[in-house]
Ligand binder design. Sequence first.
Ligand code: F6R
Ligand code: MG
Ligand code: MG
Length: 366
Amino acid sequence: MADEITLSVIKADIGGYVGHSAIHPALIERAQEQLDIAQRRGTIMDFHVAYCGDDLQLIMTHQAGVDSSAIHGLAWQVFESCTEVARDLKLYGAGQDLLADAFSGNVRGMGPGVAEMAFRERTSEPVLIFMADKTAAGAWNMPLYRMFADPFNTAGLVISPTLHEGFRFEVHDVKGHKRITFDAPEEIYDLLVFIGATGRYAIKNVYSKSTGEIGAASSTERLSLIAGKYVGKDDPVCIVRSQGIFPAVGEVLEPFTMPHIVEGWMRGSHYGPLMPVSLRDAHPSRFDGPPRVVCLGFQLADGRLIGPRDMFDDPGFDEARHLCNVVSDHLRRHGPFEPHRLPADEMEYTTLPEVMRKLEGRWETL
Ligand code: F6R
Ligand code: MG
Ligand code: MG
């Protein structure tokens, strides 16, 4: 099709069932009803409502472009409507991520997480949507690096002429509110200096160097920086286009066979391995975790979302899941000690500052 379509994934935790472990089906139903109305009115072309843990995910296609106030306003209204359901059922933390009292043009900075991209649909357009729970923005840095810059992960970087030129990474400094771009493979050492520090630098977008087309977009909102205190974890999302000039589906999924350690888990204050799971297992309960990631695959057809396919519903990821449990056991045995618990400066937005303030007067100078 000639015109650009926009794929938007907007998510929020607006109430958990039970505790912070999952979503109640009534929230999904309410969101589906609301988006169905929006589709019939022509605001959106198609939609799919998904979940990961206690986060509600609105996957939408439309032609309003990224950062559209109509689309963001629709998502906000859906979250508000679902919050009413959550309040009625007294679900846990109803309305948790709606940090602003009223919508003001764009959900960025108001609590929900957003990943969006606009592009001309190719003859065939496979897209993969990653959704995580009990972890923070920055969790995508390592997998995105592996997909788009690591030849040991993505064979196409070496042997496919369409990928050989490499990719351009747009990195955001989420604390300094700045951005920079790096070309891979030429600048991978410089790139890694920053994206290795996942709490501060996050890969926002990835572009094909040969065509300039967008290949990946992630949500980089840090809830604690917006709220000034701990109000729940970011639980980020990420969209990746696949095949042709982009990594193949299997190359996009391969990084998740190594369950990397991310921040989050219990009370957003612990390191733990990111477990790739099917939707059926996207309900973190052990110590409120371990952190989960699901991946839904779609074929786009003139803006229609054909799917989803539950991509981690594959025994090929069994060993990764097993390893996650082994690593989880080992980390859990550290209890309140680092490196299971986050270091103090990473916990500045939790209860730690209060405890420190309370005990201020009891410290004696040595
Ligand atoms: C982590 C998370 C949970 C809660 C924990 C305590 O992102 O959501 O681990 O932090 O269950 O929750 P509250 O303080 O609401 O009782
Ligand atoms: Mg929650
Ligand atoms: Mg969550």
